[in-house]
Design a protein around this ligand. Structure first.
Ligand code: SAM
Length: 287
């Protein structure tokens, strides 16, 4: 038996994370088909959608639903079945399971229970969009869906505004215009953005603009379909900006009653900057 055949045997008591297409059925892999046809059962976020997918692939399998609202009870049930020797494939509605999809918790549970998890890689909307974006792919920050509203959303936008790595955000079409106007507010209108739409489908489209340009475009075009937004990271802070930031953060912390020593510790933790640099900056501004 070759290494490939050996590796491709479906084993007992293993959770397989099986990537499925993000819109083009032909993107299913040979291994995905093999594993899906051989496992004892399939766990899926939406058994109706996934049942449809399986039937289009010519497969019929016992399924269990595993989603945000039942994962607390369903997770341990799946673990029990795995421990009893069954094999399970976890799939999501589209793309890579456990990435902005339920599954993260199930993988963590398997890890803590010593159950083997194996990957059948394939389509992932985030990585596909990043590769197509034309923006820097060397370092990136996957943000998934931003919090829907309120303080949490504001905080996340404030945090990522300073992120220097390329940003990847999932967004629904009916929220796109609002999100773009918030990007302009928090990041400025000049940053480049690639709107990657309907990837792998008939109407696949990559629109490359500045944030301000995208806002203008969508004044006369209704957003349709699925989107991944890829945005340039923040420009690297200059020494001067960094020093100003440290000074004002230290002043704010100390005005709130924190000692200089604790303020330095906090800033080191928040920024990841070397302690001696933060120390020198704080001292310089408190002389
Ligand atoms: N786990 C999947 C992955 O990472 O490939 C993503 C699941 S998440 C629930 C669904 C989001 O992924 C959509 O709202 C959209 O932002 C993005 N997406 C999925 N398929 C897409 C496609 N064909 N084109 C563009 N974006 C897509």
């Amino acid at each position: 038996m070759s290494f490939t055949e050996e590796k491709n045997k479906v084993e007992k008591s293993v959770l397989y994370l099986v990537a499925t297409p993000i819109g083009n059925l032909a993107d299913i892999t040979e291994r995905a088909l093999k594993v899906l046809s051989e496992v004892d059962f399939v766990a899926a976020e939406d058994t109706r959608n996934s049942g449809l997918l399986l039937s289009r692939l010519g497969l019929k399998k016992p399924m269990v639903s595993y989603h945000d609202h039942n994962r607390a009870e369903r997770g341990p049930e799946i673990i029990e079945r795995l421990k009893n020797g069954e094999s399970c494939a976890l799939i999501s509605d589209a793309g890579m399971p456990a990435i902005s999809d339920p599954g993260e918790d199930l993988v963590a549970l398997c890890a803590s229970e010593g159950i083997k998890v194996s990957i059948i890689p394939g389509a992932c909307a985030a990585v596909s969009a990043l590769a197509l974006s034309g923006l820097s792919t060397r370092r990136f920050s996957f943000e998934g869906f931003l919090p829907a509203a309120g303080k949490e959303r504001k905080k996340r936008l404030t945090d990522i505004a300073r992120e220097e790595r390329t940003l990847i955000v999932y967004e629904a079409p009916h929220r796109l215009k609002k999100t773009l106007s918030e990007f302009a507010e928090y990041f400025g209108g000049e940053r480049r953005i690639a709107l990657c739409r309907e990837l792998t489908k008939l109407n696949e489209e990559i629109l490359r603009f500045t944030i301000a340009g995208a806002i203008e475009y969508y004044e006369s075009t209704e957003p349709r379909g699925e989107y991944v937004l890829v945005i340039d990271g923040a420009p690297e802070a200059t020494e001067e900006e960094e020093s100003l930031d440290i000074a004002s953060r230290a002043a704010a912390l100390m005005a709130g009653g924190m000692s200089q020593k604790d303020a330095i510790k906090t800033i080191v933790k928040e920024t990841g900057l070397p302690k001696n640099k933060v120390y020198a900056e704080v001292l310089k501004n408190n002389e």
